[in-house]
Write a protein of this length. Structure first.
Ligand code: GLN
Length: 541
């Protein structure tokens, strides 16, 4: 059997300095060297998944093909590795404990006393190794969320320590740490990173490599200092200054031969990397001067630890991929739909944009304003892409304003609406009634058949597609024929469950609503067909 190798990526000083993108970039580099790579995300919180968390606390919930509600970093891994990951690539403290407790309840430990150590780290190791086996990975990269020294991630570090103890040549540790440049001093300070390194030492570990994140390049004197104080070879202190696009990071890291340095540590022979595809991609996106303005309309999300942008990171990336493919630089504006409710004239500001997107969402806030924005897009022939809630509300808008049923609604907004264009099936209603929220939506990949001669079929270039879902409500088939006849064509269906998946408006440059989330499957160098066509229509406008 082949030797599987493992790289743990841990954080120092601050979270949010790009551990996820670093992990994804390392994966991309090893792939260009011809290795099979997979990546795991560890979220140390107790939630079983990200699905029950408020987006302002957590950012985007990234949905996998197999229907797991995971962290946005999983999206970075999929995009950089150009692969699909599954539930086995994601774990939280809650998930690990849940398995251990279930095992105890079913006597899997044969009557032993079940303890935090070793049983929790053993379950963590089992998950990591299972993922490596499932992907037949030569190299598995594990990103441990948070920063070293927190109570929360100590058991994950312990799992890594045990793996390293057993096979010292198969496990490496990378510390991604932040080096601040306080304004009043004007120089980069290494002390916080020295402390982070010590915190890692107190978990019985020493990093093999340091990735020095900061505003500026790591200079030689500081590299020496870090090498001595952190006990890391000087050449393994890698400079990772801020860059204008995350897609430059693989290049920036591999310039410093990071791949072979890690291979040395893992006792694998050095290999050439071929970064030419990344190189030409980055130079293309660096040199775009034409701009396109896109409005993303939704309720205001700007509170809590995360902002609107974090909640829609895959949508943003999908827009960028599609725009770059079409040779333009996208300019995104977040438009708060509540403005349209408070001041009806403000809808006119949408005339500044070449295209409008309504992304997924939940709840009642700002919905009437979103419906106004959709009406504007429909009537003024502004290219429109509605993602999940954006499809549901486009259907409501159409029934209200084209079919003239003014009290049409989604039952999410008005449970007693006489015209429930978007409704809920009895099983889902039961979940809600019994507060069974965790992992109970319609989740993950489902097939969709596209109608002959539809625009979406031309865009995809195939008849059968598979896309990822995350919703509880759905299009009410009682309205299907009526809506279709009046011009909002039902062009995508899931035949197994007889569910509407895509609607598109006739006699409009581009007006498409999808019950699924196409954004999850967009890749930097392979934009999603619907985003690609949306941007093309926006450029034509
Ligand atoms: N709130 C809607 C539903 O639950 C849409 C969900 C979404 O946009 N992801 O069906």
């Amino acid at each position: 059997m082949k030797q599987r190798k493992y790289i743990f990526v841990v954080g120092g000083v601050l979270s949010g300095v790009g551990k996820g993108v670093t992990t994804a970039s390392l994966g991309a580099i090893f792939r260009t060297k011809g290795f099979k790579v997979t990546a795991l995300k560890v979220d140390p919180y107790v939630n079983v998944d990200a699905g029950t968390m408020n987006p302002t606390e957590h950012g985007e919930v990234f949905v996998t093909d197999d229907g797991d509600e995971t962290d946005q970093d999983m999206g970075n891994y999929e995009r950089f590795l150009d692969t699909s990951l599954g539930s086995i690539n994601y774990m939280t403290t809650g998930r690990v404990y849940l398995t251990v407790i279930e095992n105890e309840r079913t006597m899997k430990y044969n009557g032993k006393c079940v303890q935090v150590v070793p049983h929790i780290p053993e379950e963590i190791i089992r998950r990591i190794e299972t993922s490596a086996d499932m992907h037949d990975a030569d190299i598995t990269i594990i990103e441990v969320g948070g920063t070293v020294g927190e109570y929360e991630n100590i058991l994950f570090l312990e799992a890594g320590r045990r793996m390293r103890l057993k096979n010292p040549d198969n496990v490496a540790f990378v510390l991604v740490s932040y080096l601040p440049v306080p304004k009043h001093l004007g120089e980069m300070k290494t002390k916080p990173t020295q402390h982070a390194s010590r915190a890692l030492n107190s978990a019985g570990l020493n990093a093999d490599m340091l990735i020095a994140r900061g505003q500026f390049e790591l200079d030689q004197p500081r590299r020496e200092k870090l090498a001595i104080h952190c006990g890391i070879p000087r050449d393994n202190c890698i400079s990772a200054p801020d860059v204008s696009s995350i897609y430059e990071i693989p290049l920036k890291l591999e310039e410093q031969d990071i791949g072979n340095k890690l291979l040395n540590k893992l006792k694998i022979d050095n290999r050439e990397s071929d970064m030419s595809t990344w190189q030409s991609f980055v130079s293309k996106i660096d040199n775009l001067d034409k701009k396109i303005k896109i409005a993303v309309v939704g309720k205001y999300f700007g509170t809590g630890e995360f902002t609107l942008a974090d909640s829609y990171i895959s949508v943003i990336e999908a827009i960028k991929h599609a725009a770059w493919f079409n040779g333009v630089e996208p300019e995104l504006d977040w438009v708060d739909s509540e403005d349209f409710e408070n001041e009806s004239d403000s809808i006119k500001k949408l005339s500044d944009y070449h295209g409008i997107i309504v992304p997924g969402g939940f709840g009642t806030r700002g919905v009437e304003g979103i419906i106004e924005a959709i009406r504007y897009a429909r009537e003024n022939k502004v290219p429109y892409l509605g993602l999940c809630y954006g499809m549901q509300l486009a259907s409501v808008e159409f029934v209200r304003n084209v079919l003239g049923k003014t009290n049409a609604n989604t039952v999410e907004m008005d449970p007693d609406t006489p015209e429930p264009v978007i409704h809920i099936n009895p099983n889902q209603a039961k979940n809600v009634k019994e507060n069974r929220y965790g992992g109970t939506m319609r989740l993950g990949a489902y097939d969709c058949s596209l109608k002959e001669s539809s625009m979406v079929k031309r865009a995809y270039g195939e008849e059968k597609i598979s896309e990822r879902h995350r919703h509880r409500y759905e299009f009410n088939n009682d309205y299907r024929d009526e809506v279709d006849k009046a011009g909002l064509k039902v062009v995508g269906m899931n035949k197994d469950a007889d569910l509407v998946e895509i609607v598109e408006l006739e006699n409009h440059p581009f007006f498409v609503g999808t019950q699924f989330h196409p954004e999850f499957k967009s890749r930097p160098m392979k934009p999603h067909p619907l985003f690609r066509e949306f941007i093309k229509a926006a450029i034509d406008k």
